[in-house]
Design a protein around this ligand. Structure first.
Ligand code: CAA
Length: 465
């Protein structure tokens, strides 16, 4: 019995900052943000929102849209890297919020945990819940995996223009209507790294930006190697001499810290997959230069980044490759639609690849393409670090769901705020009772802590109808 994503729902906070305002305030060329990063609007959580309330809002929408009741659900997992408590799991807050609407203890029978591994943990949560159902443990109940994050970097840092906020809730079931995951192909890679991390008590991460970019690419590529071996063994892909695995994957959805990273990841993976194929000669002819090789091809990431001559030549080659018709053709057909949401929302950490999936489905559907049977390859990455590559096939009933997707409507009317107000939110100078917007049909944070020490850190939420 196939298992996979039956439906998905999103929640994006309605406040945003515009890239032009941001560029002006920070003295950056707006073209860098629009094209170099690929961001136009960055979603911001209001003072009365946090990753738990966003997760509960996405989950509630998923339940309402599918007429799901608590007894239909066996597990609720929340994957996040914006944890609110070192011990209490975020899904317990979410259950508390849902039970305000569905009734006390209505979700008592369900299980679940908060999962953490930077941006990749949602993919682990999906995999584990898929296997829970495959193993026959679900007692005919569905699992819900929610990915929810606030991407927040230091003011004035290079990471600041890769912020965003939002949540995606995914309904995992047998015979899914959207995407059934391929079996025996999921591949992971793991390593102890410090590319991006957030020590206890710190609200913003410490980031080695360029290192994290290269590490992301290398780790996803390594996971793809194992995926390829498994996919060939499982027989879901059969390769002829002049073919690469990417020729057999109809859509490619990757982790999107920012839009441009998706484009760069595709270039990196295609170069890796194609450089040994006959087509590579024609591609390098079109580019007009050979692919550069580092002085020490087996060196460390540090040694490659320090190889200035190679890095310069490689950047030149990559840019030229990205405007070849070979790259452009794959990009337009297999990736472009998945990047649209990222440009108007920003980084969602755990949720970014799943917002990308949602974007892919909606905008490919609008091209009048028959998506039934198309295979999507996923390249998930989490700093620290781990990558997961897996795939799934779009199911026959996708239309009944995808035809209803509408990103603008689902985000709702948005409010642009000034850079001054954004900075107030960033510095947490506005309290939960000083939100910019009035809440409507959503969960909000209404209290943190209490008058007595035994209620320190208590977070209270309510449903604002
Ligand atoms: N017009 C157009 N483009 C311009 C430009 C201009 N005037 N000026 C610069 N650019 C382009 C650059 O050429 C570059 O393009 P390419 O990537 O194609 O080379 C792009 O804008 C970015 O500019 P820089 O290379 O100068 O990079 P930066 O100093 O702005 O930093 C960043 C970019 C490293 C991503 C930084 O924003 C950062 O540290 N972000 C947080 C970390 C991150 O997102 N890492 C990604 C991998 S780790 C991960 O994925 C986990 C996660 O979610 C965090």
């Amino acid at each position: 019995m196939p298992v996979g994503i039956d439906d998905m729902a999103i929640y994006v906070p309605k406040l945003y900052i515009d890239y032009k305002d941001f560029a002006e305030a920070r003295g950056i060329d707006p073209q860098k943000l629009e094209y170099g990063i690929g961001i136009k609007k960055m979603a911001l959580a209001d003072a009365n929102q946090d990753p738990a309330s966003m997760a509960a809002n996405a989950c509630m929408r998923l339940m309402k849209n599918n007429d799901l009741h608590p007894q239909d659900i066996g597990r609720i997992y929340v994957a996040t890297e914006s944890g609110l408590d070192e011990s209490k799991a975020m899904n317990s807050f979410v259950i508390g919020m849902l039970e305000q609407v569905y009734g006390e203890s209505t979700l008592e029978h369900a299980g679940g945990i908060e999962c953490k591994f930077a941006c990749v943990s949602g993919s682990y949560a999906l995999y584990d819940n898929t296997n829970w159902i495959r193993a026959g443990e679900s007692n005919d109940k569905a699992a819900i995996v929610i990915v929810s994050d606030i991407a927040k970097y230091d003011l004035g840092s290079a990471g600041e223009y890769t912020q965003g906020a939002g949540a995606v809730a995914l309904l995992i079931k047998e015979n899914p209507r959207l995407v059934a995951f391929d079996e025996r192909v999921t591949s992971t890679i793991i390593k102890n790294e410090y590319d991006f991390y957030r020590p206890f008590g710190k609200e913003t991460p410490l980031v080695n930006g360029l290192y994290s970019n290269l590490l992301y690419l290398i780790q996803v590529r390594k996971a793809l190697e194992t995926y390829k071996e498994k996919a060939l063994k499982a027989g879901i892909i059969v390769l002829r001499d002049d073919e690469s695995v990417t020729d057999h994957i109809d859509y490619i959805s990757v982790h999107l810290p920012y839009r441009r990273m998706g484009e760069k990841a595709l270039a990196y993976l295609l170069r890796h997959e194609w450089r040994h194929l006959p087509r590579w000669k024609k591609i390098t002819e079109e580019i007009g230069m050979d692919e550069p090789v580092p002085k020490d091809p087996r060196g460390t990431i540090e040694s490659i980044l320090a190889d200035v001559e190679f890095m310069k030549a490689d950047e030149k080659f990559r840019r030229a490759f990205m405007i070849t018709k070979y790259y452009q053709d794959v990009f337009d057909k297999k990736m472009a639609s998945s990047l649209q949401a990222s440009a108007v929302i920003g980084n969602l950490y755990t949720a970014s690849m799943y917002m990308g999936l949602r974007s892919l489905l909606e905008f490919e559907y609008l091209k009048n393409i028959d998506l039934y049977g198309k295979r999507i390859g996923f390249g998930s990455y989490g700093s620290g670090c781990s990558a997961m590559v897996f795939s799934g096939v779009i199911q026959e009933k996708y239309k009944e769901l995808v035809s209803r997707m509408n990103l603008d409507r689902d985000i709702g009317p948005r409010t642009k705020i000034s850079i001054e107000d954004y900075e107030k939110l960033h510095k947490n100078t506005r309290k939960y009772n000083e939100a910019f917007l009035d809440a409507e049909d959503e969960f909000i944070l209404v209290n943190i802590g209490g008058k007595t020490a035994d209620r320190a850190g208590f977070r209270e939420y309510c449903y604002a109808g």
